[in-house]
Write a protein that binds this ligand. Structure first.
Ligand SMILES: [Zn+2]
Length: 101
C-alpha cells in the first residue's frame, strides 16, 4: 500500500500513513483530529509536465494557438481534475480556467 503524507490542520503536525487508495482519510495520530490535509507532493510537477505537452506549439500562428488552446485546455483540465482533484488544479494550474490571450 502507498504511503501518504498528511498535515493536521488542528495541531499542524505532519504525519505519514500507509493506506489503500480508496480508504478514507485517517485521523491525526498526534491529537486525533479528523481535520487533516493530504499533501500531494507530485502534483505541481505532474501538472507542469502536462501543461508543457499541451503548450508545445512553437511556430504556430496566434490563431492556431488560440484554436489549440480552446480545443486542448478543457480536455487537459478534465484529465488533471480526474487525476488530482478540482482543488489541486485550481491551485496549481489556475491558467487552465482562463481563455486564451
Ligand atoms: Zn493533530
Amino acid at each position: 500500500m502507498p504511503l501518504y503524507d498528511y498535515r493536521c490542520t488542528d495541531c499542524e503536525k505532519p504525519f505519514q500513513v500507509r493506506h489503500g487508495f480508496n480508504d478514507s482519510t485517517p485521523p491525526c495520530p498526534h491529537c486525533g483530529s479528523v481535520d487533516v490535509q493530504r499533501l500531494i507532493k507530485t502534483a505541481p510537477s505532474q501538472a507542469r509536465g502536462m501543461l508543457t505537452n499541451a503548450g508545445d506549439s512553437r511556430g504556430a500562428s496566434k490563431d492556431q494557438l488560440r484554436d489549440k488552446w480552446a480545443e486542448e485546455t478543457p480536455k487537459l483540465r478534465k484529465q488533471l481534475v480526474d487525476k488530482l482533484g478540482e482543488d489541486t488544479v485550481n491551485k496549481y494550474a489556475p491558467t487552465l480556467n482562463n481563455t486564451f490571450e
